[in-house]
Design a protein around this ligand. Structure first.
Ligand code: 3YP
Ligand code: ZN
Length: 372
């Protein structure tokens, strides 16, 4: 079965300038300038493959709008908005943590990233499309209400959720984050909100430091509506698929969202320079298919992906294509040219120490339906 899948991309996403950091450190006397890991390539090449594979002919292209100040201020403090605006007038600004440099004009591009996530959400909520993928840049899941960090300027998904609440009366939303880093921003923005479930699968204590532990479960009325799955470094397809089956599925079924948002980062992939996981395109395809099935079961198929990290310029495009094929039901027939190297690793079968972590998060998912 094929579906009408919305697709957001804009050339300006490729113009977000992250400077000459050598990966994650600033150049200096003994550090040769290079590219930031968060460079345009993984995303522009993903879009290029969507075009060249022919998949784009089967998608509904959506033109992103800029998020407005009002949209941003539903989530962020005026101080943070001003910070990003003024930093983006400098030659080399920073989102707030010293790890997230950007060039002039970043403010507008960040508004276009949040706006693109709104555009995708709007198209799904009006029924213009069945589901959607917003291939945006810069990413959003680390951005806190008052601070940009980890390459993130604005919290793209929360900004779209708050827009949907105001403009479409959406109440209950689940966020599933499979980026290899902890979705700290999303978690903190919604930690006391019982109507937004934040589930993050990530590499245990990778980034932010010591964040995303299983005992972070939300506060007050939001207690229980935060679920972290801090998978041990080295986890592969088996661990991710088990976490989807045993944590994401039961949690979503218990929570019954009206809309599912996905923080779609591909930095848990087998060749990511920042992650230590070994996930492959076939597992991203399965995770996306599982989300489509859950969205069908729970919320009339309403499912919106917003792109996050993923720093292998050569592999991210195939992981992304697999997700887009899964959510649109369109098969391009383009093979994963890396499959022979990455799909048969002994890293993939679920290990006992991964199973144990998943078990702890699974217990939280089971409690979600009950009073906590
Ligand atoms: C930002 C600086 C060091 C690690 C990093 C992670 C960014 C990312 O991909 N978040 O999802
Ligand atoms: Zn990441």
């Amino acid at each position: 079965m094929t579906r009408n899948t919305g697709y957001v991309w804009h050339e300006r996403y490729g113009w977000h300038d992250t400077g000459t950091f050598a990966g994650i450190v600033p150049p200096g006397p003994m550090v040769q300038p290079f590219h930031n890991f968060e460079s345009p390539e993984s995303k522009t090449r993903f879009n290029s493959l969507v075009e060249v594979s022919g998949l784009v002919e089967h998608l509904t292209k959506l033109r992103p709008a800029l998020a407005t100040e009002e949209d941003v201020l539903r989530v962020h403090t005026p101080r943070h908005l001003e910070h990003i605006r003024s930093q983006s007038e400098a030659q080399l600004g920073d989102a707030g943590d010293g790890w997230s440099p950007f060039g002039r004009g970043a403010y507008e591009i960040a508004l276009l990233a949040a706006g693109g996530t709104i555009t995708a959400t709007e198209a799904v909520l009006t029924g213009a499309v069945d589901n959607a993928y917003a291939l945006v840049r810069p990413p959003g899941h680390h951005a806190e209400r008052d601070l940009g960090m980890g390459y993130c300027l604005f919290a793209n998904i929360p900004i779209a959720i708050e827009w949907a609440r105001v403009h479409h009366g959406v109440e209950r939303v689940a966020v599933v984050d499979y980026d290899v880093h902890h979705g700290n921003g999303t978690q903190h923005i919604y930690e006391d909100d019982p109507d937004v479930l934040a589930i993050s699968l990530h590499q245990d204590r990778l980034f932010p430091q010591d964040s995303g532990l299983v005992d972070e479960r939300g506060f007050g009325a939001g207690a229980g509506a935060t679920i972290n799955v801090p998978l041990p470094a080295g986890s592969g397809n088996g661990a991710y698929l088990a976490a989807f089956e045993r944590v994401v599925g039961p949690a979503l079924r218990a929570f019954k969202p009206q809309l599912i948002m996905v923080a779609s980062g591909f930095d848990a992939s087998a060749v990511d320079p920042l992650g230590g996981m070994t996930v492959t395109a076939s597992a991203y395809r399965s995770m996306a298919s599982t989300l489509v099935a859950l969205a069908d079961e729970l919320c009339d198929g309403r499912l919106v992906f917003s792109h996050e990290g993923g720093y292998s310029p050569v592999y991210v495009p195939y992981c992304g294509l697999a997700v887009l094929e899964a959510i649109s039901g369109v098969e391009t027939g383009v093979p994963d040219p890396y499959a022979h190297s990455f799909e048969h690793s002994p890293a993939h079968p679920l290990k006992p120490w991964q199973d144990e972590v998943i078990g702890a998060s699974e217990a939280l998912a089971r409690q979600l339906g009950l009073v906590v």
